[in-house]
Design a protein around this ligand. Structure first.
Ligand code: PBG
Length: 309
């Protein structure tokens, strides 16, 4: 009667990794229960998500060919734009489709931007991010989620969208993205580990909290519609602070490492899987997040459809 935090399937956003080909559903070794899907398989998965009352997905692409700058992503023939088109054709408004915007899945070196003298160059990268965003909007994406952490990208993306009649496509930047060991399994999933160096120059240091506030303020000024914060679990204080400070919806990303820890511990029967997942997701909601991107989403939605919690 007096519980004040609520979790439902419609709070959950399911991440999907898209690969080329057809009838491909490749298990991701570092994330038991997760797969890379060719478009036809992704359509089947989307159907299952809708049947289980999940209303939103976020897409990542793993192209066959990568290049130096990530320009493979800047074509309507690229893997994610094709997937979005088919998903929207088939399911229309039944699924809200968020497209992750970044270069790391498309560059040979695995960094999130274009390299100049072996270092990611912020302003050159903004150009590929903008063209990638326009292509994703044209393919029918309902929202764009830039995860690269370049300065000024929200403004650059907003401008190119507005200039091309996509004023209504919202931007959900990952405004707060800590440099984190919890992304490890994702990098295997997306085959996007940097071939040299790390991402510490453009992702945030977990010893800082004020910087998170500044990044959110900057992104709101540039036109952000919703803020994504990641990882979630070690950053509940940051989610809480940002919700207190700003009047904007927040999505928390319950990232790959957080998922795989629960999976491996429960496979060993060290913890009870669903009880642990629910406790985690409720804690993220309790901290103030409006929605959660989670690899557990489908399992939880199935559970919630059959059980009262
Ligand atoms: C970058 C991106 C990453 C994640 C989402 N978008 C990887 C990174 O920044 O290294 C990680 C998500 C996860 O760990 O589940 N495009």
């Amino acid at each position: 009667m007096i519980e004040d935090v609520n979790l439902s399937s419609s709070d959950l956003i399911y991440p999907i990794f898209i690969i080329e080909g057809s009838k491909n559903k490749e298990p991701i070794e570092s994330m038991p229960g997760q797969y890379r899907y060719s478009i036809d398989q992704a359509l089947e998965l989307c159907n299952e998500l809708i049947l289980n009352k999940i209303k939103s997905i976020i897409l990542f692409g793993i192209p066959k060919n990568k290049d130096e700058t990530g320009k493979v992503s800047c074509s309507l023939k690229s893997i994610v734009p094709r997937a979005i088109k088919e998903i929207k054709n088939k399911f229309g408004d039944k699924l809200f489709v968020i497209a992750d915007v970044c270069n790391c899945e498309y560059t040979k070196h695995g960094h999130c931007g274009t390299l100049v003298n072996n270092d990611v160059d912020n302003d050159t990268t903004l150009k590929t991010l903008s063209s990638q965003s326009l292509v994703l909007a044209k393919s029918g994406a309902d929202a764009l989620a830039p995860s690269d952490m370049m300065d000024g990208r929200v403004k650059a993306i907003r401008e190119i969208l507005d200039d091309n009649n996509f004023e209504k496509t919202p931007i959900f930047p990952y405004s707060v993205k800590y440099s984190s060991a919890f992304y490890g399994p994702f990098r295997e999933a997306a085959k996007s580990s940097p071939t040299f160096g790390d991402r510490k120059t453009y992702q945030m240091n977990f010893k800082n909290s004020e910087e998170a506030i500044n990044e959110v303020q900057l992104d709101i000024n540039e036109g952000a519609d919703v803020i994504i914060i990641k990882p979630a679990l070690s950053y509940l204080d940051i989610i809480f602070k940002i919700k207190k400070r700003f009047n904007i919806p927040v999505i928390a990303y319950n990232v790959s490492g957080e998922y795989s820890m629960v999976k491996s511990a429960s496979e060993n029967n060290y913890i009870s899987e669903m009880e642990t997942i629910l406790e985690i997701l409720y804690s993220i909601k309790r901290s103030g997040a409006n929605a959660i991107i989670s690899y557990h989403a489908l399992d939880v939605a199935k559970y919630l459809n059959h059980n009262e919690v």
